[in-house]
Design a binder for this molecule. Sequence first.
Ligand code: SF4
Length: 582
Amino acid sequence: MKIHASGFASSSIPTSSLESGIIPKNNLHGRSDNSERHPKGTQARVLLSSVFGPYAQDDEFGSRSINPMELYHNQVTRAQGSFSLRMFHRSWGIMLIQSNISAPCAVLDFPTRDRFVRELTTHHYDVVGITGIIVNVAKVREMCRMVRELSPHSQIVVGGHVAAIPEIERMIDADHIVRGEGVAWMRRYLGEDDRAPIRHPAIVSGMRTRIMGIRLPEREGATAATIIPSVGCPMGCNFCTTSAFFGGKGKFVNFFETGDELFDVMSQMEDRLKVSSFFVMDENFLLHRERATRLLERMKQAGKNWGLSVFASANAIRKYTMQELVELGVSWLWMGLESPRAGYSKLQGADTRELTRELREHGIRVQGSTIIGLEHHTPDNIVAEIEHAVSHDTDFHQFMLYTPVPGTPLYQQMAEEGRLLSDVDYADVHGQFKFNFKHAAISREDSKRFLDWAFWRDYQLNGPSLYRISRTLLAGWKRYKDSPDARVRERFAREMGKLSGVYSSALWAMEYQFKKVDRGVSEKIVALRQEFKQESGVMARMLPAILGPVLLWTTQREERRLARGKTYEPPTILERSNWVEA
Ligand code: SF4
């Protein structure tokens, strides 16, 4: 997890994050010689669960309305009202574990308390695995208590970032606390080969997507498949929990070492999920150049016009030409901007504004990420730093508070300096509320004010992200619609062809909505809509006249709902494998 840029800020994926590593109490994570074995081995019946909801509310178990189960909405587009991109992501860590054990296994994702009780009382489970992140510790504690009461014969295994909390074993009643990569641990625990190749589960990257008051249809193949090539990041930025959790600086865990392996697994997912785009959940995908280059070779040989959404640091992106990125199908890129004065090696020598502009001109949507409250920030300089961040004009922008999270070098440093605030609930350590440490120049209250202002300023100046991605897509289309590379041409045609009518209609509604509040943004939208008209076919040109007013109505209806406090929750999902009813 991370409170940052080029990776998934798992503080904001409030159930399990990807990292469901598990180690026995007092053991070192990642060790392959753990002596703990479940006596039933692969005959043991396993339940793997994320923490219970509801999530978008304030309660005694650590749910927070400010930190709903919607990654984009809670830390990227949260100031964008009805234009905020809202969707849910499954708990990929436990899905990955389930796919890689041969024991009968049930994954229960986003349960309610009642649903968790029902599962425990209607089936016999030898092992109950619970995954969570730091903010979930009270829920994990409660779920352990429930398991002891309702299923006393079960062994309890707890993994995910919650395991990084100091002395967690005193806070929860679990048999095993697992840190680091969890597939290998669970295989060893069940007596299986922990070095066997990874079987990748079929993961649809997002679900129940909403924008402008509409839930998007979930057609087969319409949503990208998630691919997890590796976990961790060797860059080792001091605040990065993902990097720290998988070994820290210089370390990471590869599930698919080579471009050939990656190509094969992506081909399998293409067949199973009928997709042509992939959300590549790797903290710094482009850093592994040899693997990416080989993947590109294989894609060219097979004529694959796949689209890839990736995370990458600025120094990794600069190892590639724009042509290579476009040919590789990179269509969306999450990049850490952090601060122009930050000393992180991933940013050394990078002109991130120029890089962002160039990427967007080539049709690559950029998601920037900026940290609020770095050590050098003061009330006098932070506004200028936020203005600098906003001036990147990225398609999306995440802002996160500088947050010492257990397990990171930053946390250790703050602890040693006696700067951690002792009265902050773990449920509030997610980077979207207030500082959890003493800052030299900025108060806890002001940290929230500056954070909120950054989101507001980005939206005010740059408009809805939906407008921005439309603009980038169109720029890419105009540049590459006649590309000599058929794969590139087809990818842009696919994105533009499917969506130009819908984007134009959304722009029509946006233009109307913004006319009332901000003529500057509205005029930019008008100009883009004209460009879309020129590039679209007849049908797409006509569609806004019909669909535009509908979208305007749903947008305004959504604004009223949100004003009344409407929130969204993910559905409970149960999936069984190797299952025979007892
Ligand atoms: S570059 Fe790597 S270590 Fe640094 S924040 Fe991004 S994922 Fe974490």
